[in-house]
Design a protein around this ligand. Structure first.
Ligand SMILES: [Zn+2]
Length: 67
């Protein structure tokens, strides 16, 4: 039997969970939870400009740093 490691929750990159748009924009977190706790865990809020869906991805973005 074959086992595929791909998971619905394991996105290779930040993309809209609703429409699949990959051109999301980073939005500032609201409150202590999003700014501190999620950032500490490595998750950052991204918003889809098309359907306004907000998702959390392990991608900070913004500065386009290396690595
Ligand atoms: Zn979307």
């Amino acid at each position: 039997m074959q086992h595929r490691s791909t998971s619905h929750l394991d996105f290779p990159d930040a993309s809209c969970v609703d429409c699949g748009n990959r051109y999301l924009r980073r939005i500032p977190g609201r409150g202590f939870l999003q700014n501190k706790v999620l950032a500490f865990l490595g998750f950052f809020p991204w918003e889809c400009p098309i359907c306004r869906q907000v998702g959390y991805f392990r991608k900070q973005g913004g500065d386009g740093g290396q690595g």
